[in-house]
Design a protein. Structure first.
Lengths: 119, 107
């Protein structure tokens, strides 16, 4: 049974770079049928798709965040990662990773990890 | 960008009730609409795909309808375990966008 687990610092200082990793267990990240996505949800607000990566390295990003986002994949570790630069308090959110089926979109989610941007 | 307007934001139901949650898209998205259930501290669960198809393993009291711009998630014969946050997702065009979510309380 495939599971996703987010990990990374829970506190990031303003202007710094937020870095998170999603570890895929119970299956290979290299399956040809899936992208791997990051999504976030600020407290009391709706969900926002950040971007996704295919195991070839091909990426798609939300235009609202594109200038600050980098998503990468490490197939040898069965992980994919998110970097968000120049963070502000507005980036405080629960960050989720999700498996993104090529036809059906998100079919599996992680539990999420809270990242707070504060000095 | 496709805006999804989900309503209501909050609803309360009694076991055995039938509830409807609406999601309206700002443009035609065919049937590229999914619904999810999320409970606090847990991973979201995929419940409806392509607007009307029940995901395998999901109880048949859940159903979805709609096409184009208007979509509905229906829960028949509500049970206490259905208390959760429900949200819709469109995957017709980039960026992928979500509804604002509905918190369902069971009395």
């Amino acid at each position: 049974q495939v599971q996703l687990q987010e990990s990374g610092p829970g506190l990031v200082k303003p202007s710094q770079t937020l870095s998170l990793t999603c570890t895929v267990s119970g299956g290979s990240i290299s399956s040809g049928s899936y992208y791997w996505s990051w999504i976030r949800q600020p407290a009391g607000k709706g969900l926002e798709w950040i971007g996704r990566i295919y195991t070839s390295g091909s990426t798609n990003y939300n235009p609202s965040l594109k200038s600050r986002v980098t998503i990468s994949v490490d197939t040898s570790k069965n992980q994919f990662s998110l970097k968000l630069s120049s963070v502000t308090a507005a980036d405080t959110a629960v960050y989720y990773c999700a498996r993104d089926h090529v036809y059906k979109a998100f079919d599996l989610w992680g539990r999420g990890t809270l990242v707070t941007v504060s000095s | 960008e496709t805006t999804l307007t989900q309503s209501p934001a909050f609803m309360s139901a009694t076991p055995g009730d039938k509830v409807n949650i609406s999601c309206k898209a700002s443009q035609d998205i065919d049937d590229d609409m999914n619904w999810y259930q999320q409970k606090p501290g847990e991973a979201a669960i995929f419940i409806i795909q392509e607007a009307t198809t029940l995901v395998p393993g999901i109880p048949p009291r859940f159903s979805g309808s709609g096409y184009g711009t208007d979509f509905t998630l229906t829960i028949n014969n509500i049970e206490s375990e259905d208390a959760a946050y429900y949200f819709c997702l469109q995957h017709d065009n980039f960026p992928l966008t979500f509804g604002q979510g509905t918190k369902l309380e069971i009395k």
